[in-house]
Design a protein around this ligand. Structure first.
Ligand SMILES: Cc1cc2nc3c(=O)[nH]c(=O)nc-3n(C[C@H](O)[C@H](O)[C@H](O)COP(=O)(O)OP(=O)(O)OC[C@H]3O[C@@H](n4cnc5c(N)ncnc54)[C@H](O)[C@@H]3O)c2cc1C
Length: 310
């Protein structure tokens, strides 16, 4: 195991003075929760991103690709490795259909395609985070998911290098893709969209945004729906409905509380700790399992270990 001093030296030598140390991660997440990353680097190009991954591997330290941090619960103790913030956000032209680098903001892509009169992504309007994060978790709403629209993508795998792949490669499923089960990193993606009158696409996009503003917390930290819906013999059972019936909306642990307008959203009322969110999530899971026999699975990603209780 290399000393922290020699890791610091190698990171500075290979990635430059942009590397940061002991950087608090809370401001990099929409939950505003979490301790520091030992090392932090913002990649502005795919080349920098790949280099950061390769350097981490050669130093034997863990790394984590951070998008918008809008589906992420960072532990109070933070992360003992290198967080690579993906800020590769160029818009690419790929024939008729728009392509973007994976750090492109999803909501911005939705707006851009609407302006161009390209229809298909409207249902994603208002979902925070990057295109990379959205494809990782096959983000979606209203029964549709981003994977349905993906045309082609470039992925980087530290063992295999760069590869251009199509939609089938990702084995998309409900809130799931191959990126969750492999070391693949999404570098860029293009989408198959349909030409329509720009005014019509923009109107639909605005409708979806307005709906979201009504349903989601505006001034409190959160990471969207905490648990996945349940698929039971072809039926979708909404986790939010089950949670509502077990009294979730009245539940809180410290400053972590269930959102009063949506039982599957946990909010940070101000200064909540990751441990409080986890305790609340465990209580919610237990109540649903005891009452309905369903085991709720988190939709969110956890980063870092909680400190051992003493
Ligand atoms: C108010 C609110 C509303 C939301 N509504 C919805 C909704 O309707 N539907 C929905 O599906 N989600 C929703 N979410 C959750 C979240 O916005 C999405 O999951 C989003 O796609 C996550 O993207 P991100 O860039 O923030 O990912 P992050 O949170 O940064 O990362 C999530 C995971 O993706 C991985 N990842 C990120 N980029 C890459 C990459 N380039 N290659 C490989 N892996 C990568 C990370 O390593 C991590 O494991 C909501 C969240 C909030 C806060």
């Amino acid at each position: 195991m290399k000393s922290r001093e020699s890791i610091t030296e190698s990171l500075l030598e290979n990635l430059g003075v942009g590397v940061k140390f002991d950087l608090p991660l809370a401001p990099h997440t929409s939950f505003r929760i979490g301790g520091p990353a030992d090392f932090f680097f913002e990649a502005l190009s795919p080349w920098e991103l790949i280099k950061a991954v390769s350097v981490s591997r050669s130093l034997g330290i863990e790394y984590f690709i951070l998008g918008g941090g809008s589906n992420l619960l960072v532990s109070d103790a933070g992360f003992r490795g290198l967080v690579i913030k993906n800020s590769c956000a160029a818009l690419l032209t790929d024939g008729e259909n728009p392509g973007v680098q994976s750090g492109f903001w999803l909501n911005e892509l939705v707006g851009k395609t609407a302006e161009l009169g390209l229809s298909g992504l409207e249902f994603l309007a208002g979902i925070p985070g990057t295109v990379g994060g959205a494809i990782f978790g096959n983000a979606g709403a209203f029964g549709k998911s981003i994977g349905d629209l993906l045309e082609r993508a470039v992925v980087f795998n530290p063992d295999k290098g760069l590869e251009t792949v199509d939609r089938d490669y990702f084995e998309f499923d409900y809130r799931s893709s191959k990126l969750k089960r492999s070391a693949d990193i999404l570098i860029s993606a293009s989408f198959q969209l349909e030409s329509k009158a720009a005014e019509e696409v923009k109107r639909k996009t605005e409708e979806v945004r307005a709906l979201r503003r009504e349903k989601h917390p505006q001034n409190q930290g959160c990471i969207g729906c905490f648990f996945k819906n349940i698929k039971d013999e072809g039926r979708t059972i909404h986790a939010g409905k089950l949670l509502e019936q077990v009294g979730a909306k009245e539940m809180a642990v410290g400053e972590a509380a269930v959102f009063e307008q949506h039982a599957n959203i946990i909010v940070n009322r101000g200064g909540a700790r990751a441990s409080e969110v986890k305790e609340l999530a465990e209580m919610l899971k237990k109540r649903v399992e005891e009452r309905f026999g369903y085991l709720l699975e988190p939709e969110v990603v956890f980063l870092g270990e909680e400190p051992e209780a003493t």
